[in-house]
Design a protein around this ligand. Sequence first.
Ligand SMILES: NC(=O)c1ccc[n+]([C@@H]2O[C@H](COP(=O)([O-])OP(=O)(O)OC[C@H]3O[C@@H](n4cnc5c(N)ncnc54)[C@H](OP(=O)(O)O)[C@@H]3O)[C@@H](O)[C@H]2O)c1
Length: 254
Amino acid sequence: MALPHGEIIWITGASSGIGLELAKKLAALGNQVLVTARNAQVLEALAAESDQIIAVPADLAQPDCIDSLQHQLRQHVSYLDRIILNAGTCEYLDINAPDWLMMERVMEVNFYGAVRSLAAALPLLESNADAARHVVAVGSQASRVIFPRAEAYGASKAALTYFMEALAVDLAAQNIKVTVVQPGFVETPLTSKNDFPMPFLVPVNEAVDHIVKRLASKPAFIRFPLAMNWVLGVGSLLPGLWRRWVAPQLTRST
Ligand SMILES: NC(=O)c1ccc[n+]([C@@H]2O[C@H](COP(=O)([O-])OP(=O)(O)OC[C@H]3O[C@@H](n4cnc5c(N)ncnc54)[C@H](OP(=O)(O)O)[C@@H]3O)[C@@H](O)[C@H]2O)c1
């Protein structure tokens, strides 16, 4: 299957980790790439390195960001071929000293941030007569089974996945395909803060190569790495056993 080439692609969360590597890789393949995150300096530096990259800084956690985002996108392009809704954050719940507002912080970026991005970009996808249109959202394997302390992160990714799967049905008549990427653990600044073992950890360039290779076929899901797919696939088929015997083993020892 061919790799994306000559497309106009918008990537959110492109100032670090998976989004940054995706932006570099897709620009190097000859796509025009619009990049969004809060850190405008990093985005401008990225754009300065490549004529193919355009910085569109924004804070997706702001409820009123949709109109200004769309306005910014329209200043640069009149349509989009593909959007990759990747911006995300992760915080864990400490049940002994709970910070309940953390649930909102995580949902604001991981779920509502993706909804707002979709709202801003959909008219630009719809105004593209080409058949290549594609909505991609980066979820997580974490939403397939229960992980301790992941009340916020897991719930946000489960909500995002449901939203995208429903959207896939609603956008089918317009021939806009929807993909949910569900990575396992990938080496990025987000996981560098984790204080527990991360089985099957994948280097970020490998993760991005895998995602980019699969984009053209627009599958419903891109799940990796394979070993994680198997373990969590079995776990999701046996949720009671997972919850009773496996999930409790995954808590921090300290
Ligand atoms: N790494 C993993 O193991 C893993 C596994 C499964 C899923 N994922 C998902 O993959 C995606 C990328 O994660 P990563 O590991 O690459 O993390 P990362 O390096 O921390 O990158 C997160 C990106 O999201 C952006 N972002 C955060 N809050 C934002 C906001 N309010 N508005 C706009 N942009 C915002 C950050 O930019 P600014 O700080 O500049 O705003 C950054 O560019 C996330 O959705 C994450 O949940 C990661």
